[in-house]
Design a protein around this ligand. Structure first.
Ligand SMILES: Nc1ncnc2c1ncn2[C@@H]1O[C@H](COP(=O)(O)OP(=O)(O)O)[C@@H](O)[C@H]1O
Ligand SMILES: [Mg+2]
Length: 251
């Protein structure tokens, strides 16, 4: 099954997800064009992580479909499903680095296991991305010896090593001390400037306004509002988005 619009990278249609009777997602849809930075915002518990995880396949939606570059993500179609999922990089709030592997090994592991690259190829690629996130000198360190900001930059480099077509970030700065937020957001902004397509769940409204091309506002498992970022922040349409912004933006 296909869905043909070549500029659309991700099309999520009517996704729903229940957790033992709790409706976390109630028919949420989203489309992401190539090169877009979609920021997913909304109150805590509104289903942002579930939405992102269902798009990636980390959670299996109970209903709805996800298309990547026009192809349906269908777990029954094992080979294609795996190949499509490999086109998506995922960055977690809590980094999820392997604690027993060095920074470099964290970045080469999946390249060798999943993409079957040689150690040489994987290492070369990893060093290039570690350089891009400014962490080359930490290549032999273990995650426990890094700051939160450094851990998250490693997690971003690790995801980039898989050469994804799109990056998904789930509150990448929420677990960080305040002084480390910027270094991570700058890396993400730089990626956006280079044309990477992404979906970013974030509470950083300054970032969403500046870097986001589209804002999707979620509440109670529904997409309440979708708008370009300037429009959303200057003239939100729904009362719920207005109320949310009045609570989270201090000015
Ligand atoms: N694995 C899970 N098991 C049970 N309930 C969950 C699970 N994941 C999320 N939920 C529930 O689903 C709702 C949406 O959660 P989530 O997607 O994490 O929201 P957000 O990321 O917007 O804070 C919440 O009520 C949460 O408690
Ligand atoms: Mg969340």
């Amino acid at each position: 099954m296909t869905n043909n619009n070549p500029s659309v990278m991700i099309q999520a249609n009517n996704l729903s997800k229940n957790f033992s009777g709790m409706h976390a997602l109630k028919g949420a849809s989203l489309s992401v064009e190539r090169g877009e930075v979609v920021c997913l915002i909304g109150p805590s518990g509104s289903g942002k992580s579930t939405f992102l995880r269902c798009i990636h396949g980390l959670e299996k939606p109970d209903g709805g479909e996800v298309y990547l570059e026009g192809k349906l993500l269908d777990p029954k179609n094992k080979e294609e499903y795996r190949a499509l999922r490999n086109k998506m990089g995922f960055v977690f709030q809590h980094f999820n680095l392997f604690p027993n592997l060095t920074v470099l090994e964290n970045c080469t592991f999946a390249q060798m296991q999943v993409l079957k690259r040689t150690q040489e190829e994987a290492t070369e690629n990893a060093l290039s991305y570690l350089g891009k996130v400014g962490l080359l000198e930490k290549k032999d360190s273990y995650p426990n010896n890094l700051s939160g900001g450094q851990k998250q930059r490693v997690a971003i480099a690790r995801a980039l090593c898989m050469n994804p077509e799109i990056m998904l970030f789930d509150e990448p700065t929420s677990a960080l001390d305040p002084e480390m937020i910027k270094e991570v957001l700058e890396v993400i902004q730089e990626l956006a400037a280079q044309g990477m397509t992404m979906i970013v769940v974030t509470h950083e409204m300054g970032f969403a306004r500046k870097v986001g091309t589209k804002i999707v506002f979620l509440e109670a498992g529904h997409v309440i509002e979708e708008a370009n970022s300037e429009e959303f922040f200057t003239a939100p349409k729904s009362d719920r988005a207005k109320e949310f912004l009045s609570k989270v933006i201090y000015d």
